[in-house]
Design a protein around this ligand. Sequence first.
Ligand code: URA
Length: 433
Amino acid sequence: MRMVDVIQKKRNGLELNEEEIKFFVTGYTNGDIPDYQASALTMAIYFKGMTEKETATLTQAMVDSGETIDLSGIEGHIVDKHSTGGVGDKVTFIVGPLVASVGVPVAKMSGRGLGHTGGTLDKLEAIKNFHIEMTKEEFINNVNTHKLAVAGQTGNLAPADKKLYALRDVTATVDSIPLIAGSIMSKKLASGADSIVLDVKTGSGAFMKTLEDSEALAREMVNIGKNLGRNTVAVISDMNQPLGYEVGNANEIKEAAEILQGKNVEDLRKLSLEIASHMTVLAEVFSDYNEAYETLEKNLENGKAFEAFRNFIGAQGGDTAMIDDLDKLPQSKYHVEVTAEEDGYVSAIDAESIGVAAMYLGAGRATKDDTINHAVGITLKKKIGDQVKTGEPLVVLNSDEENPTDSITKVKEAYTITKETITAPTLIHKVIN
Ligand code: URA
């Protein structure tokens, strides 16, 4: 087989067969196919698209390019959750314990943050002594005992995707829906869960800015899951503003713990219950969504979900005193208010700018090698739809600098205030299964 013929076939809009897709993925991963031919093919895919069958085959080939995690030592139906990324997204810290509280095992492999989005592992490390390094046996043992464990991504999962994603990044072929869907799903499938719930973000702070694109991506990923034997549900949720009120590492752990202790931060609580409900239905613990939602909601109120969180933190070495008394979490030196310069209503909060402002404070990494300051972050005081008066705080910057000018400027850019009343955006746009 010649790569040039594969490129030509896709360029002409024809469907590639399994042999051709595997030839490309294997050859590109092992270095037989050069970058220039791989980029020609990804550009042809960008313009001509892929059928459902091609996308599933591509995904499977990327899974087969590396190791897969064997979770067969875990008892029960394992459900994973994945978010396409947003600002203030601490849903995992709520959903994991919630799902664990009804006996469904959650074996989560997570990553670190880069740029305006935070990373699950960085946030958990705000808790003193919490560690993500475990042997495979410890990981499986923790999931069997506490129904929840979070580890860093280990092993050589989907190396074809790693190489291809780096190439797409510099050849203007990232935003191709089949390629994104295949990329995300190859890593999820290699991580070994039986079923998957996807939180596909939509809006100004999301990877997908329009509902139409978000829905297309969600459908594509659900189809890949189904074609490759994993039940998959996608929730399309709003990212036109940060989720909840806290952005940062200790900030987000605090807010998640408060929800688990029964506090009602409306958007965050609702989305967490939504995702956890789908996960537990997929795990066949509940026969329908309403039954799942009601039981999980009770577990937020009766302390069971919080107990699952505490056990999980303790099992991974974390100082549970910080969870029992949230004031013991790392604290910044200064609390700097950014105030409204006019009266009106908040009509937009650019989530990406808030994420960048938090990064400037030290909560995130501008480059891979930067270190994180767990104590700093942003507390939003106003969200879309809220009325503000001149001089009222829009946010409080938890900063180790007395005057964090770059972050202040970025926050001011993020907020739009108008004279007309505004309704808050819809939180859950659609569920696709
Ligand atoms: N995230 C991924 O993992 N892959 C993509 O292609 C885009 C976003």
